[in-house]
Design a protein around this ligand. Structure first.
Ligand code: AMP
Length: 249
């Protein structure tokens, strides 16, 4: 089985995100970038399937600026066999990403595609679902456990109030939830080995995909600053303030 994993380069989850002064977007200059955490989980799952003898090849795909190569090298260090970068400076929205991934899938013919359930920068939670629709493939979203069977895959999904397990036919699209696994720590020798693994670079035009944005960002703003709190001496004062100042009781 061949597995394709989509890995996105995003602002590192430890960074406190700042809006640009003109409100046109999020500040990314001199900001630490990393692999989207859900995509690390997706790669980890693919590597575990390979280690269990259930997958032959893992191809990591990233779409975006040239620096996404770093994200792909991390995926290769975690255990992916080769990488594909679809390079563009255009800001990619989920539909464009899904179309580009479909074009890569048409070339690569994987049996399974694993994506993160959402990218922590746009929080869109759209790409996997759009890709499954474009391909006409089954989808198992928010996976917290997957089990490969003969020609099908069981996906346990985190739903409101519990877990749902579905059986879907391969080829399929799966999106990873937080509890699917805990990604491994990348060791230095593997980082060195990853430098030698193949990494192909394609352009959207070669894949015949128009990536022009369809949505316009009107404004990005930070949440209002929280007011400093105060200490009160008695419960009576607290109740009075909650009732007459905050108007919450
Ligand atoms: P989203 O729909 O934007 O929340 O993203 C969901 C998932 O789609 C991510 O976790 C990635 O696996 C994949 N994805 C989205 N954008 C990209 C990108 N530019 N490059 C690679 N994968 C992406």
């Amino acid at each position: 089985m061949k597995i394709l994993v989509a890995v996105k380069r995003v602002v590192d989850y430890n960074v406190k995100v700042r809006a640009k002064a003109d409100g046109s977007g999020v500040e990314t200059a001199n900001v630490k970038m990393s692999m989207n955490p859900f995509d690390e989980i997706a790669i980890e799952e693919a590597v575990r399937l390979q280690e269990a003898g259930k997958a032959k090849e893992i191809v990591a795909v990233s779409l975006g600026v040239a620096a996404c190569q770093d994200t792909l090298r991390t995926a290769l260090a975690m255990g992916a066999d080769r990488g594909i970068l679809v390079e563009t400076d255009v800001e990619l929205q989920p539909l464009a990403v899904a179309k580009l991934l479909k074009a890569v899938v048409d070339q690569e013919q994987p049996d399974l595609i694993i994506l993160g359930k959402q990218a922590i920068d746009d929080d869109a939670n759209q790409t996997g679902q759009m890709l499954a629709a474009l391909l006409g493939w089954a989808q198992g979203t928010f996976a917290s456990r997957i089990e490969i069977g003969a020609g099908e895959i069981n996906v346990t999904r985190e739903v409101d109030g519990g877990l749902e397990t579905i059986a879907i036919k391969l080829p399929a699209v799966v999106t990873s939830d937080l509890r699917l696994n805990e990604p491994r720590f990348v060791k230095l020798p593997n980082i060195m080995k990853a430098k030698k693994k193949p990494l192909a670079v394609l352009k959207p035009a070669e894949l015949g995909v128009d990536v022009a944005p369809r949505l316009v960002t009107l404004k990005v703003q930070e949440p209002p600053k929280r007011q400093a709190g105060i200490k009160v001496d008695t419960v009576a004062i607290l109740v009075d303030k909650l009732r007459n100042e905050a108007h919450v009781i």
